[in-house]
Design a protein around this ligand. Structure first.
Ligand code: AMP
Ligand code: GLY
Length: 423
């Protein structure tokens, strides 16, 4: 079949790589794609906010299957528009993508279904939110309800910071996303990401990962989209994964189906592993970036078969095998200087030939025939190893052979499990 992949990041490069390897894939197109993706797909200049243009492209190119990478087109209803025309899509409709689009919706769903998560309150009035703060103690977590590009969460350590965070959100600090604010109890523990694939009724686990959100070594500095990840997250033991499926994922998928908004696609749960067991921090309605890169590195099955089955009603009743190698995959994000603020664009990059690592492109471009940085997160250097330590060593060997003078990376990706392996 002919396949269209929507997106342009490192996540989509990793997806394009695996999709193109499937015997079911005849022609692969990516909109808009990136220079790395051109190795596996024909990149097309298509405005994905123009649903009619995407529908016409699919008709003109006999596209049998669309895979949507990022959340914005899903929350914007691109999957609905395509399904409305009979196109098979991997990714939820807008009324199901609300699991990422509204934090308040998820909290209410958790309360109804008894899904473990932090205590919370939703507020649309600043005065009510300020009055409600004290009962949560300190630290307290203040969140903009809507999509805020991963930046709409403030953890306040003092009363003053908490009040300022509420003021900031209600005065439009995160735009429309902050018209409603969610206040949450602070949970402590180690974080892990867990992935599951659902056809709306059936749901199967798809592995775990740990991201590194802070920009600096030792988890310091501002939050980013993710500076590196590894998979599997060993802290999420097989027993805990079973508990997460039973107490969090299954009840969510069942509740969404009952509400008449079945969730089709990948469900990405951000978890806090607390002393009381795993609790849900948030949902995303897509693969993580860079978590997808490490999952794809471990994936050994037919990605088209799996994602296509998940896009059909009851398609996962007898699911194709999810084959994830037992090895650890680790990815290091190379970012442009300035990130997560304004990244320096145009810096030249020279890539080595490597065969025991994969260099996924994110924010790159070709300028006058040269590869240059064209975004915040630029490259994802990804390696496999029998241990985290081995995967880390291999990934950094490749990082060190890349010439990218206007870029930087963290030097400690995987540190938690590297320390655990040492002891
Ligand atoms: P989110 O965008 O909801 O994933 O939140 C971003 C980050 O804020 C998470 O990865 C956590 O590190 C932190 N966070 C969010 N909610 C809580 C909470 N209730 N308790 C502790 N940390 C939290
Ligand atoms: N790396 C975190 C995310 O994709 O949301």
């Amino acid at each position: 079949m002919n396949i269209l992949l929507i997106g342009s990041g490192g996540r989509e490069h990793a997806l394009a790589w695996r999709l193109s390897q499937s015997p079911l894939c005849e022609a692969l197109y990516a909109a808009p794609g990136n220079p790395g993706i051109t190795e596996h797909a024909k990149c097309v200049d298509l405005d994905v906010t123009d649903h009619q243009a995407v529908i016409e492209f699919c008709a003109d190119h006999s596209i049998g299957f669309v895979v949507v990478g990022p959340e914005a087109p899903l929350v914007d209803g691109l999957a609905d528009s395509l399904r409305g025309k009979g196109v098979i899509v991997f990714g939820p409709n807008a009324d199901a993508a609300i699991l990422e689009g509204s934090k308040g919706f998820v909290k209410d769903l958790c309360a109804k279904e008894n899904i473990p998560t932090a205590a919370y309150a939703r507020h649309t009035s600043k005065a009510d939110a300020l009055a409600d703060l004290p009962r949560f103690g300190l630290p307290v977590v203040i969140k903009a309800d809507g999509l805020a590009a991963g930046k709409g969460v403030i953890i306040a350590e003092t009363d003053t910071d908490a009040r300022e965070a509420v003021e900031y959100m209600f005065t439009g600090g995160f735009g429309d996303a902050g018209a409603e604010v969610v206040i949450e109890e602070f949970m402590s523990g180690e974080e892990a990401s867990f992935f599951a694939i659902s056809d709306g009724t059936n749901v199967i686990p798809f592995g775990s990962a740990q991201d590194h959100k802070r920009v600096g070594d030792g988890d310091t500095g501002p939050n980013t989209g993710g500076m590196g990840a590894y998979s599997p997250a060993r802290v999420l033991s097989a027993e805990l994964e079973v508990e997460v499926m039973r107490r969090i994922i299954h009840p969510t998928v069942a509740a969404m189906a009952r509400e008449g908004r079945p969730y089709q696609g990948v469900l990405f749960a951000g978890l806090m592993l607390t002393s009381e067991g795993p609790k849900l921090i948030e949902y995303n309605c897509r693969f993580g970036d860079p978590e997808c890169q490490v999952l794809m590195m471990r994936f050994a099955g037919d990605l088209v078969a799996l994602l296509h089955a998940a896009s059909l009603e009851n398609g996962l009743a007898n699911p194709p095998a999810v084959e994830l190698k037992a090895d650890t995959a680790l990815t290091v994000v190379m970012a442009a200087n300035g990130y997560p603020g304004t990244p320096e664009k145009g810096g030249r990059i020279t890539l080595p030939d490597v065969d025991d690592a994969k260099i996924f492109h994110a924010g790159t471009a070709i300028n006058d025939g040269s590869l240059v940085a064209n975004g915040g997160r630029v490259l994802n250097v990804t390696a496999l190893g029998h241990t985290v330590t081995e995967a880390q060593t291999k990934a950094y060997e490749t990082v060190d052979s890349i010439e990218f003078p206007t870029g930087f990376c963290r030097r400690d990706i995987g540190w938690r499990d590297v320390e655990r392996e040492r002891s």
